[in-house]
Design a protein around this ligand. Structure first.
Ligand SMILES: C[S@@+](CC[C@H](N)C(=O)[O-])C[C@H]1O[C@@H](n2cnc3c(N)ncnc32)[C@H](O)[C@@H]1O
Length: 211
């Protein structure tokens, strides 16, 4: 895996008890969380097999908080539309209620309990780990190409003061895509674009869309 994204989802009900008909409301902006997952892992008619996405559902503290990790190399049933992606995530959250430990709820998608502080600490150890925030240094100034990137970002709600304090304490570099506040899914799109330009994907020309 070369690229990893970790998304903090602050308002999605952690037990998956929401309707797919109100993703932006009662589902706590699950629309944007689903868009982030889809943006991170899908290409036109293909998947980004070198990418994983971790979503921390932290609307409630442990033991109810949940982590879902999706591996682009193994995931199945991931379609580009946000409603079916939201359904995949909701099913995982619901199934996780009866599992105390990590559990593969569908191929390539593992759900389990999480402690946000431990998750952030572990993620910060990964190669290329960084905090994506409007107030960071320009993303283009990253040392590289390194071949590895692991970015932490937040959903439409900014990190809490406690989360921000821990991210600062972890000493992560902060990278910015400009002063304008982008949607998290837009941030993922732009990061993929910049990394694709700096570190072109390998493979046969046809896979890269060349004649
Ligand atoms: C919608 S923003 C969070 C709320 C936003 N700060 C606001 O004031 O509306 C979602 C997340 O995307 C990331 N983000 C947004 N704009 C960014 C930028 N210009 N550069 C880097 N990351 C950004 C941050 O991680 C942010 O927490």
């Amino acid at each position: 895996v070369a690229r990893r994204f970790l998304l903090l989802a602050h308002r999605v009900p952690v037990a998956g008890n929401f309707t797919l008909n109100d993703l932006a409301g009662g589902a706590g902006r699950m629309d944007e969380v689903a868009r982030c997952v889809s943006t991170a892992l899908t290409l036109s008619n293909d998947l980004r097999r070198d990418t994983t996405v971790t979503v921390l559902f932290v609307a409630e503290p442990p033991p109810r908080a949940r982590r879902i990790r999706i591996d682009g190399a193994r995931v199945r049933h991931l379609n580009p539309d946000e409603r079916s992606t939201a359904a995949l995530l909701k099913n995982a959250l619901v199934r996780s209620l009866v599992h105390e430990h990590d559990h593969e709820s569908s191929p390539g998608l593992v759900v389990g309990p999480c402690d946000i502080a431990e998750e952030l600490r572990a993620f910060a150890q990964l190669p290329g780990a960084a905090w994506l925030t409007e107030t960071g240094r320009p993303f283009e100034e990253r040392p590289g190409p390194t071949g590895e990137f692991a970015g932490i970002l937040s959903d439409p709600t900014d990190p809490t003061p406690e989360e921000s304090a821990q991210l600062a304490e972890l000493g992560l570099p902060r990278w910015s895509l400009g002063q304008r506040s982008l949607r998290a899914s837009q941030v993922i799109d732009v990061v993929h674009y910049l990394l694709d330009r700096a570190e072109p994907p390998s493979g046969p020309p046809a896979a890269r869309g060349e004649p």
